[in-house]
Design a binder for this molecule. Structure first.
Ligand code: G3D
Ligand code: MG
Length: 298
């Protein structure tokens, strides 16, 4: 029997990076130079058939195109709600749009979707126009994004697919592969849990009962996560922030490195500052965390 699933996927990224063109290319297999800039959202549908471990699955993608401009935060956030997959697009000929994948779009998605773990696919579009510099810059960004946000994901999808691509809506390069990869990731995520989030919950539960000195990197990292969650108040949101900031620090939760934990401390303190917490208290908290890191023995 064919299993059927319906999934909402949104395309995000600055205006004119090529979101609408990519969807047109994928859904209708055409590229129109005179296509009118999108106003608001448009939803297109396309079916992808998968066969994973002998199980036939029909993934119905509902693809949301949207108005991509910084500053329309609430409109964008509303449209991300309920999304099961996110494709974040930059234009390789405009480096600032590539930098904004991580600076703007990823944090925005993570804050909007809360505890839900979503598959991300990153695109550098307009590769048909790329020069050498643009390619080098894009490849750098992509390898970092893959490491931070899609670590280990590639092994769950067929070998010819990936979690990032250099695409061209104009020539069609890697457009099909983008959506095929998304369908595969969605299928995988259906069954997966978020190991990082499970760990944070674990720490919160265990942390409540735990006492005694912390001397290894993992113990100190756990302590920081626990105290941050306590200071923050809302455990779920705290967990999201930790996950997001840990990714930004390049911290691998299975094997945390002292220097990455140190970087994380800065981000977490910033997050608490944003919550209007007392600066004196934060100063104390920060120096305690840094001291704990200095005293790590492993
Ligand atoms: P958006 O939906 O992200 O805002 P659009 O972006 O799909 O509207 O594309 C913006 C402009 O970039 C359009 O040009 C479109 O034709 C062009 N474009 C999109 N993708 C590609 C690509 O892969 N290669 C090239 N060469 N151009 C692309 P206009 O001139 O209509 O503004
Ligand atoms: Mg558009």
């Amino acid at each position: 029997m064919v299993k059927k699933t319906l999934k909402k996927v949104v395309l995000l990224g600055e205006s004119a990076v090529g979101k609408t063109s990519l969807i047109k290319r994928f859904v209708h297999d055409e590229f129109a130079d005179d296509y009118i800039s999108t106003i608001g959202t448009k939803v297109s549908k396309k079916v992808i058939n998968l066969n994973v471990d002998g199980q036939e699955t029909e993934v119905n993608l509902m693809i949301w195109d949207m108005l991509g401009r910084e500053g329309y935060m609430s409109t964008q956030a509303r449209q991300i709600v309920g999304a099961q997959g996110v494709i974040i697009v930059g234009d390789v000929t405009r480096p600032e749009t590539m930098a904004n994948l991580e600076k703007y779009w990823i944090p925005m998605v993570l804050r909007t979707v809360g505890t839900v773990k979503l598959p991300f696919i990153f695109l550098g579009n307009k590769v048909d126009l790329a020069d050498e510099d643009a390619l080098v810059n894009t490849l750098d960004i992509m390898s970092e994004l893959e490491e931070r946000y899609n670590y280990g994901m590639k092994q769950h999808i067929p070998e010819h697919l990936n979690t990032w691509f250099l695409t061209s809506a104009k020539t069609g390069e890697k457009v099909e592969e983008t959506f095929e990869s998304m369908a595969n990731l969605l299928f995988y995520f259906d069954r997966a849990e978020d190991p990082f989030y499970t760990r944070i919950q674990d720490i919160i539960i265990k942390g409540l009962a735990d006492i005694g000195p912390r001397t290894t990197t993992i113990e100190v990292f756990d302590q920081i996560m626990f105290e941050f969650s306590e200071a923050f108040g809302n455990m779920q949101t705290a967990g999201n922030i930790i996950r997001e900031e840990a990714a930004r620090s390049g911290l691998d939760h299975n094997n945390p490195k002292k220097e990455k934990v140190r970087a994380l401390v800065d981000y977490l303190i910033d997050a608490l500052l944003e919550e209007q917490m007392d600066e004196e208290i934060l100063k104390e908290l920060k120096s305690r965390w840094l001291e704990a890191i200095d005293n790590i023995q492993d």
